[in-house]
Design a protein around this ligand. Structure first.
Ligand SMILES: C[S@@+](CC[C@H](N)C(=O)[O-])C[C@H]1O[C@@H](n2cnc3c(N)ncnc32)[C@H](O)[C@@H]1O
Length: 283
């Protein structure tokens, strides 16, 4: 089943949280000279045009990135993310403030250096084409149209012993919730010092609780969980919130999120909006 297209959702509130965290993690990784390996299990297209029919059909970016891109009050912790979006739009050659929005490979491309390598997995026949086009002038990137869960396990541990793994499935299949966590648990057994970022939607609360439970009873240590819910949980269908599990986060990430979350609530949320940040598993 491959009906999910991220082009409908690019730049929405969930992307703001996921990509601001990814930017902070990658920014941190580049503070050491030694190279690192970036692995993206579910990459999507790489870059999105917000004027296209997909983004315009849902307009989700209008309630996400569009609300903060030009805001002078944005906290310093959002700077790596927002300055990247601004610079991509300045160089897009199109006329508006917000014409393009990067997917996770677009974010990574902006941070990685000559000494870093990137491995991108994507299954969708159209998005893999877009992704390959996007990566054409990118050195040390390896793009594969194959299963990202297996891809992660095949690359771990990276030779540099420094790595960031993003796992961002579409959750079209209910099994993705557990498969994603179990992939990180297996990867951690081989590479316990890597940083792993797992994105999830809040659609059914019990599925998120099961993910937390699986992490808590595993051997994985140092798991930070952040969640931003636009609305209260509901039994009806639809994503009301979003979250991330971050294994081995950079040491300042929790403090940076304490700045980002209230700002996101003020700019993107309503009275029903809530957020949580907790150390799910101790170091
Ligand atoms: C949520 S989107 C990824 C968004 C992207 N990470 C970003 O932040 O911009 C999920 C993507 O995973 C792809 N996909 C689904 N199952 C996959 C699998 N087993 N391995 C690799 N890619 C997969 C889908 O085609 C879709 O493009």
């Amino acid at each position: 089943m491959l009906s999910y297209r991220h082009a409908f959702h690019a730049g929405n509130f969930a992307d703001v949280l996921k990509h601001s965290v990814l930017s902070l993690v990658l920014d941190y990784m580049t503070r050491k000279e030694k190279g690192f390996c970036y692995i993206d299990s579910h990459s999507g297209a790489g870059m999105y045009q917000l004027a296209d029919e997909y983004a315009q059909k849902t307009g989700e970016y209008k309630d996400g990135i569009a609300k903060i891109i030009n805001d002078d009050e944005a906290p310093e912790s959002l700077e790596p993310y927002l300055s990247l979006i601004k610079s991509l739009n300045l160089t897009s050659g199109i006329s508006n403030d917000l014409d393009v929005y990067p997917g996770s490979p677009g974010i990574a491309k902006a941070f990685v250096r000559r000494q870093d390598s990137s491995h991108l997995f994507e299954l969708h026949p159209t998005d893999i084409q877009h992704l390959e086009d996007f990566c054409q002038r990118w050195r040390k990137v390896f793009v594969k149209q194959s299963d990202g869960y297996k891809g992660v396990l095949g690359l771990i541990p990276p030779p540099s012993r420094r790595g960031v793994v993003l796992i961002d499935p579409p959750y079209e299949l209910k099994e993705d919730y557990q498969k994603a966590v179990k992939t990180i648990i297996k990867a951690y057994e081989k590479f316990s010092t890597g940083t792993y970022i797992l994105w999830y939607p809040v659609v059914k609360r019990e599925l998120v609780e099961q993910m937390s439970h699986t992490f808590s009873k595993s051997s994985v240590k140092n798991v930070l969980q952040v969640e931003f819910c636009l609305e209260n949980d509901t039994d009806e269908y639809g994503m009301t919130g979003t979250g991330l599990f971050i294994v081995n986060p950079p040491w300042q990430l929790a403090t940076q999120l304490e700045e980002i979350l209230p700002y996101m609530k003020a700019k993107l949320g309503s009275n029903d909006t809530s957020y949580t940040l907790k150390q799910l598993v101790a170091e």
